[in-house]
Design a protein around this ligand. Structure first.
Ligand code: DSN
Length: 412
């Protein structure tokens, strides 16, 4: 690798990060390991290009091949998601959401989004995010008893608030989303339905989660989570909104697209059409369910009492040491998780009451239910014995063993 000679510092840090990923186990539900085919498409001179515009309508010359690449990505995205229109240029999920808002809303228009502590995303109207500064948000949460989304409650809020847009989508919600139910509410108040499937895109294309179409006007997604592609965003929509969406992404929101990432998105869409991908997604759900059940056996409260998808949020307030400390302790043995708010959390976002865990990355490595249950036991063993160096060493060695038995990349 020439990089080694030219910039040994960066080269060594990259090498170390690859080792770090290999030696640890990521339970962060938004992380995954994309294939080397996806990674090699990203690391190409396609990033040298400027191709503002869309296929065959560029503002720069020399884009004949870039046009073909983006066209292929669009065609595959439409087929994979059964969508009438696809825009593959958003750099991230946040930018996909920003572009969807820009396309459909005016400054200060009313939007009904999900509360962050109930499982929403910053761009769903968090007070610290552009979304709530530019638009007028009201929020729905989850039922305090079931900790699940309650469509009746959402309907009540919608009838009163009369939003121009309703957002159906989450980042830390473990239950199925009833897009059809959301559509009924949106129709009652004449609102657009925007479904953010950033987390569950892979489950949806595998047919393991209700589909957001034909119920949604616009669907936003990321390509790097359950979909297992490159880091990036995606917008799908009805044909009637195609022009508005495209204008909002470019020139509204972004300049030049990341052509190397678009090529990698095309590769990931192709991979997701393969029967193996469906098998993988089925295992993702089985693994998450096995983990949630094991936490329950350990008397740890799983929010909403379980999971239908790839993730779960557990309430760690019973340990009385704070989620931040637990996350750090797990980090030190090579188990990566992220602390997360639980519904109606009394603790601050920096040290909330929950930990969010997911199965997409470990399932990509080949772990099955048995190993996932073992992993939950290791988490419990460490968390119940914080300060015990002997136990920490034992857990560390176990994690190392699992990581070596289930390698990520054999070739790098
Ligand atoms: N930060 C992502 C997640 O972890 O879910 C969402 O953007």
């Amino acid at each position: 690798m020439k990089l080694k000679k030219i910039d040994p510092k960066i080269y060594n840090l990259i090498k170390k990060e690859i080792q770090h990923q290999k030696k640890g186990l990521s339970l962060i539900p938004s992380e995954n390991y994309s294939s080397l085919a996806v990674i090699s498409a990203m690391g190409t001179p396609l990033s040298n290009k400027y191709s503002e515009g869309y296929p065959y309508k560029r503002y720069y010359g020399g884009n004949e091949l870039i046009d073909q690449i983006e066209e292929l990505a669009i065609t595959r995205a439409k087929k994979l998601f059964k969508a009438e229109h696809a825009n593959v240029q958003p750099h991230s999920g946040s930018q996909a959401n920003a572009a969807a808002y820009l396309a459909l809303l005016n400054y200060k228009d009313r939007v009904l989004g999900i509360d962050l502590s109930a499982g929403g995303h910053l761009t769903h109207g968090s007070p610290v995010n552009f979304s709530s500064k530019f638009y007028n948000f009201a929020y729905y949460g989850v039922d305090p008893r079931t900790e699940k989304i309650d469509l009746k409650e959402i309907e009540k809020i919608a009838l009163k608030f009369k939003p121009k847009m309703i957002i159906a989508g989450t980042t830390s919600y473990s239950r199925k989303i009833d897009f059809k139910g959301f559509k009924k509410i949106a129709d009652k108040v004449g609102a657009y339905l925007v479904s953010d499937i950033a987390h569950i895109a892979g489950l949806i294309v595998a047919g393991l989660h209700p589909h957001p179409f034909p119920w949604s006007d616009v669907v936003t997604a990321t390509t790097h989570k359950t979909l297992r592609g490159p880091r990036g965003g995606l917008i799908l929509s009805k044909k009637s909104l195609a022009e508005k969406i495209d204008r909002a992404v470019f020139p509204g929101m972004q300049g030049g697209p990341l052509d190397h990432v678009i090529a990698a998105k095309a590769v990931c869409f192709l991979e997701a059409m393969h029967p193996e991908f469906k098998k993988y997604q089925k295992q993702v759900i089985l693994n998450a369910k096995a983990m949630a059940a094991r936490f329950h056996d350990h008397k740890i409260r799983v929010i909403s009492k379980g999971t239908d998808n790839h993730l779960m949020v557990i309430d760690v307030s019973c340990f009385n040491i704070g989620s931040k400390k637990i996350q750090e302790e797990l980090d030190s043995v090579g188990i990566y998780v992220n602390r997360n708010a639980i519904p109606f959390d009394k603790n601050p976002p920096y040290n909330p009451s929950g930990i969010r865990l997911g199965s997409p990355a470990i399932t990509s490595r080949g772990l099955k239910e048995k190993e996932c249950i073992g992993l939950v036991d290791l988490i419990m063993k460490l968390t119940l014995n914080i300060g015990n160096k002997k136990i920490k060493k034992e857990v560390f060695n176990e994690v190392k063993k699992i990581s070596e038995k289930f390698p990520i990349y054999k070739d790098i």
